[in-house]
Design a protein around this ligand. Structure first.
Ligand SMILES: Cc1ncc(COP(=O)(O)O)c(C=O)c1O
Length: 511
């Protein structure tokens, strides 16, 4: 069995999972497969085994649905959705090996063999010894924030995620973001827009005092700024700084799969390494790693790993209190088996290359219609820049939220607002205007086809041509926290009706 310095081997992991097909994990398979013609097409390195029938309801039905959902795409009934691009969370396609492994789950409250298989799979990817299970990513954030965030402390991060920030604020902490300003410019092209600005990290540390910093947090594949990756070089530099300053360093690995792909394909010094070698180099840079297994591992769950037993002991009591016993942490053991296989499969270049290639293809299709998107294309999904798309709509009227409504009306496609609506209000009650106004169209892993993306670009291209018809939204019911999840809004004016009338005129034979 592994030791702290020697992660578990492929042979050992295979004893755990006789089902895992490991042939594709050999390093010589780690290159993109191209076309003789040179055409850039994302090639599916999987075949479909089980499918779900989709329905595209007519525009009048969609209009009624979005109205009764309070113009909030989170509140739509999925039966009224054609392509569900709300999120990549818990909706990725699973492999046949994941599904088969679910049948092998050991359903016991304490000491489940499933727990140890998942722990070994985490050791395979991260080389870590200790594992605290939790039911999803935000549950890990709850545990970490309750343990380390104290009133008036700070968390310095490359960029916040909604639930992360809410947990930090709930415990009296404040979030400081240190990506360079250029990372918030959707047109600025650089390989690693999720990198921390190291000078800003140092100056903010000096400003607030290192003793007041609960922890520094790096989020892989930075969600809210367009799925933008962090380079391994930046992680190394931040880790060195934190060790010198004696500051705890936490890694949010939820979007690690996409980030690993970008490190391997964009970072010159890492190109010759296998995906797993890169993952094993990342992990020791951090004191604590947590993840949403609704994303990483393509199932449903989460967890915290570390090689530091003292840190683990501090967090451990919160697992049975909020999640469940230490060997399942609120997860179904069937899902845990699927996560374990999904984690091993994350080390397969042809598994993790799919999302990034599809996102890039989607962005290319959208931009061919003139639709402004975040560049470079990142992971997770394509991000339409509502700041430019709807520059006539005041930011206080939630540009990206209004665009989500317009896109649903025109196409039955459900996206997610990632802008001002997703922010918490300022302490004085005013809206915190977001640095970016994005409509995120998630591309769940291995779920959609190229023709579905063509349809998406076609309909959104039509919305873009008719953007002048679109107006804003205002809250009619606004929850105090995480308002984007279940707040209800109304259109400012009758713009949805005008857009629907134009749709019927332009596409009389279409639904
Ligand atoms: C970067 C990041 N961290 C944390 C979370 C929270 O994870 P979960 O949805 O499993 O609670 C998410 C979910 O979208 C995420 O993208």
């Amino acid at each position: 069995m592994s030791t702290q310095n020697q992660p578990i081997t492929l042979e050992e992991i295979n004893q755990d999972f006789s089902l895992v097909h490991t042939a594709s994990l050999s390093p010589d398979a780690e290159h993109a497969i191209g076309f003789f013609s040179g055409k850039k097409v994302p090639l599916e390195m999987h075949r479909v085994t089980t499918v779900k029938r989709l329905y595209l309801k007519d525009i009048d039905t969609r209009a009624a649905s979005i109205e009764s959902a309070g113009n909030n795409t989170f509140l739509l009934d999925n039966r009224d959705v054609f392509l569900d691009m709300l999120t990549d969370s818990g909706v990725n396609s699973m492999s046949i090996f994941q599904q088969a492994a679910m049948q092998t789950a050991d359903d016991s409250y304490a000491g489940s063999a499933t727990y140890f298989r998942l722990k070994n799979a985490l050791n395979y990817v991260f080389g870590t010894e200790h594992f605290l299970p939790a039911h999803q990513g935000r549950a890990c954030e709850n545990i970490i924030a309750r343990t380390f965030v104290t009133p008036n402390s700070y968390v310095i991060t490359n960029y916040h995620f909604t639930t992360t920030k809410a947990h930090i604020m709930n415990n009296g902490g404040e979030v400081i973001e240190v990506v360079p300003q250029t990372s918030l410019d959707p047109t600025y092209i650089t390989d690693f827009k999720g990198d921390m600005d190291l000078d800003l990290l140092a100056s903010e540390t000096a400003r607030v005092g290192r003793e007041n910093i609960a922890f520094v947090r790096i989020e892989a594949g930075t969600n809210l700024i367009g799925g933008q990756p962090v380079s391994l070089a930046n992680m190394r530099a931040v880790s060195k700084f934190c060790r010198e300053q004696g500051i705890l360093l936490v890694f949010d690995a939820s979007l690690l799969a996409d980030n690993l792909y970008f490190i391997k394909t964009r970072e010159e010094t890492e190109k010759g390494k296998t995906v797993r070698e890169i993952a094993l180099e990342i992990a020791p840079l951090f004191d604590i790693i947590y993840f949403s297994a609704r994303k990483l591992g393509c199932a449903r769950g989460g967890g915290i790993v570390s090689n530091n037993v003292e840190l683990i002991e501090k967090m451990k009591p919160l697992v049975p209190l909020f999640e469940g016993f230490l060997t399942y942490g609120g997860m179904s053991v069937r899902e845990m088996e699927a996560i374990a296989i999904g984690l091993v499969e994350t080390c397969d270049f042809h598994v993790i290359s799919q999302t990034a290639q599809f996102v890039e293809a989607a962005v290319d299709l959208l931009e061919a219609k003139g639709v402004p998107c975040v560049r470079p294309a990142g992971g997770l999904g394509c991000h339409i820049d509502a700041m430019r798309f709807l520059d006539h709509v005041p930011q206080e009227e939630y540009r990206a939220g209004a665009l989500a409504v317009a896109v649903y009306l025109a196409s039955g496609i459900r996206g997610m607002e990632r802008g001002t609506l997703s922010e918490e209000r300022n302490p004085d009650g005013t809206d915190h205007l977001s640095a970016m106004e994005l409509l995120r169209l998630a591309i769940p892993r291995r779920a959609f086809t190229l023709s579905q993306l063509e349809f998406m670009a076609d309909r959104i291209g039509w919305v873009y041509e008719n953007r002048d018809l679109i107006g804003g939204l205002r809250f009619v019911e606004e929850p105090a926290q995480l308002r984007f999840f279940f707040g209800r809004l109304a259109a400012v004016g009758d713009w949805p009706q005008k857009l629907i009338a134009k749709f019927k005129k332009d596409m009389p034979s279409q639904v």
